[in-house]
Each structure stands twice: as structure tokens, then as C-alpha cells.
Write a protein that binds this ligand. Sequence first.
Ligand code: ADE
Length: 222
Amino acid sequence: MKIDILSIFPNMFNEFLTTSIIKRAIQDNKVEINVINFRDFSTDPHKKVDDYSFGGGAGMVLMPQPIYDAVESIRTKDSKVILMTPQGKQYNQRLAYDLVKEKHLIIICGHYEGFDERIRNLADMEISIGDFVLTGGELASMVITDSVVRLIDGVIEKDSHEFDSFNNNLLDYPVYTKPVDFRGMEVPDVLLSGNHKNINEWRYNKALEKTRERRPDILEKR
Ligand code: ADE
């Protein structure tokens, strides 16, 4: 899988791409990730990427030219172009499973007060990571990339995501590690019993209980 991220703040991605699971996935050639500065595509003598909004209004608006040229230089028939915007489709685990099936994602990060409406025509899909407004799409694009890359075969143990929260519309069951007794808070006996049938049953019931308590909305979808 290949992911190209278009941003005018490529430095924001340095730690993200060189840390932990994402770093390993890149090293193991499970994914290729490029951050492309679309300012480099600006035909303006000063490499401008934004301008005032026609009709007035506060803030600068990203112009279509640099983003169109950047996307057109990398887009193939296998590409899916995603625009990060709070007006997009709400992101969730199901969408992550859809995106991991794609060969090539091109993720456009908006910035400033917004982007020229015509940029929307470039995108196959618009995604929002939640009902709040970020200063730009960079963090949102990292959220998408992180959640998709961990689903690529071989990036993490399959078990680790088969039982993730939200799979089967259930939140995760609780997990414990050493010590067995921490400040009087004890690991439930069943987890120390070695009886896998009982352990699985306990985990399922706990997941159900937790979901009913915290997210009855997702339980209704089951
Ligand atoms: N850009 C700014 N806010 C955003 C959000 N909530 N989701 C995706 N992209 C964004």
C-alpha cells in the first residue's frame, strides 16, 4: 500500500513516521508513505498557496492550482483521493477497514480558513475525524494513516485488531498485567485460572457490559 499526504507543513509528520509501529511498517515495506509539500507545485513566483476569499470574510483560502497540480502528478487509476475536512463523512473503524483495501491513498490536508470549493471536485471522498475544528488536516491525516496502517496484514498481530474496540460493535474487554495485586486492586481470578473457555466467556460478558454502560448507541447496531 502507498499513502501520499499533501501538506504545506511536512515537518509535522517527522516524529509520526519515524516512531514505533508506523516506522516499522515502513521499514518492513508494508507501506510506503510520502509527505508532499504542495507549495512546491505553486506556479506563483512567491510560491503562494492561498489568497483572500472572494466576497470578503476573515482568513485566507487555499487556492486550487497547487493542489490540483500536486494530485494530478501522482494520481493513477488505483488512487483514492481523500480530502480532510470537518464537513466530511465521520471516520470510524469500518471506514478504516474499507480504506486498508485500497492500493493508493492520496490524503489532502486543508489549512487556514478553508479551501477553494473547487478542490472538492478532486476528491473521491471527504473525511472528518469528529465534530470539532482543527487548525489543519495534518493531525486528522495522521489519525487516518495510523488507523489504516495497523490493519495492513503483518503490521501487528492479527489477534490484536480482531478483538479491537468497535469490531463487532463492542468495546474492548478489560486487560491486566503484572502484578496480580496492585495497591489492593486485584486481577480477576478467572484470568489466572488457565481455563480458556471461562476466560473467553468472561471477556465477552465484560465487553458487553462495558458497551452497554458507555456506548449503548453502538450496541444497537449489533
Ligand atoms: N480539518 C480541520 N478539522 C478537521 C476535522 N475535524 N476532521 C478532518 N479534517 C479536519
